[in-house]
Design a binder for this molecule. Structure first.
Ligand code: SF4
Ligand code: MG
Length: 319
């Protein structure tokens, strides 16, 4: 496939105070292909949202580069190119409520981008476009004059999606878009995102905190732990043949639908808490919690190993 996004050796530090720095993302590389959904998974504090924000250019990288359609997104560019880039990459959020201005009607929320980017010629066209977008995301044209608080969580997520779609993006970063919703609503939003992807050839980065959430939407999945990308594989491969001990533990935490299988399955319980990213463990960052660690893991950081084509893991067991 054609690469739409390239994340190359990206590191992001934050200074906590004069002496301490937090490494939110540490030397992470991956590509996202045009038209795919790339799932990025990990517990809170693993750096997955930081990657989303780096892609949206809300942060600058400390080291490494990010390319979108072959261009370095953080490099200086003309105003026009800058504007186009803002339009082409859109984000939807976990809590659409906090990202929707409570004093604006749905119509104004959606139209804001249309106006900034001059995507409609006049009022009539603007109105038609808004109604069309509302319909596409499963809302009614009558909803246009209502305010965000008048909607349910799922409906608000639909407004957020309509706002993103208004700008005709190529790439959407969805940062935990379903985590705050009920299970039945989660499925509806995932289905909506899938439909939109098919109709519009969209590419997604889908960020989530557990593997169950990205399973049905992702073509490929990356697993992060404490700022590191520890495993990357095609979705089916990852769920059936997980390699990294952390991925195995995450997968064993997902309940199986069949209660008989669920009872007999071996659960991997990780000991301890996630260590602080301010002072991460030596060697492999997962070693204090790893059930199969070796002596080498404590002193030496593992390197990326491509075990099979497209299946990459960061663990001494596979080197
Ligand atoms: Fe466990 Fe060692 Fe692999 Fe880290 S490198 S996950 S500690 S076996
Ligand atoms: Mg987050």
């Amino acid at each position: 496939g054609e690469k739409l996004v390239e994340v190359k050796n990206v590191t992001k530090h934050f200074m906590i105070n004069k002496k301490q720095r937090l490494t939110a993302v540490s030397n992470v590389s991956f590509d996202i292909y045009k038209g795919e959904t790339f799932g990025l998974v990990g517990e809170s504090g693993c750096g997955k949202s930081t990657i989303g924000r780096l892609l949206m250019r809300l942060y600058e990288t400390t080291a490494g580069e990010i390319f979108f359609q072959g261009e370095n997104i953080h490099a200086r560019k003309s105003k026009e190119k800058e504007k186009l880039l803002y339009r082409k990459m859109q984000m939807i959020f976990q809590d659409p409520y906090s990202s929707l201005n409570p004093r604006m009607t749905v119509s104004d929320i959606i139209a804001e981008g249309l106006d900034i980017h001059q995507l409609v010629k006049n009022k009539k066209e603007r109105q038609e476009k808004i109604d069309q977008l509302l319909e596409i995301v499963g809302l009614k044209p009558e909803d246009r004059n209502r305010y965000p608080h008048e909607f349910s969580g799922g409906q608000r997520q639909r407004i957020g999606i309509a706002r993103a779609l208004a700008l005709e993006p190529d790439f959407i970063i969805a940062d935990e878009p379903i985590s705050a919703l009920d299970a039945s609503i989660q499925a509806q939003i995932v289905n909506l995102l899938k439909e939109l992807q098919e109709q519009r050839g969209l590419t997604y980065l889908f960020i989530a905190h557990d593997l169950a959430m990205v399973k049905y939407i992702s073509d490929r999945v990356g697993v992060m732990y404490l700022g590191k990308l520890v495993e990357l594989a095609e979705s089916e491969e990852l769920y059936e043949q997980p390699l990294h001990p952390y991925t195995k533990a995450l997968l064993s935490a997902i309940p199986l639908p069949d209660p008989r299988l669920e009872r007999t399955r071996e659960k991997i319980i990780l000991k301890g808490e996630i260590p602080s990213p301010i002072d991460p463990p030596t060697g492999c960052r997962f070693h204090p919690r790893c059930p199969v660690k070796k002596e080498i893991c404590v002193r030496l950081e593992p390197e990326w190993t491509e075990v099979k084509e497209g299946h990459i893991v960061l663990c001494h067991l596979y080197q």
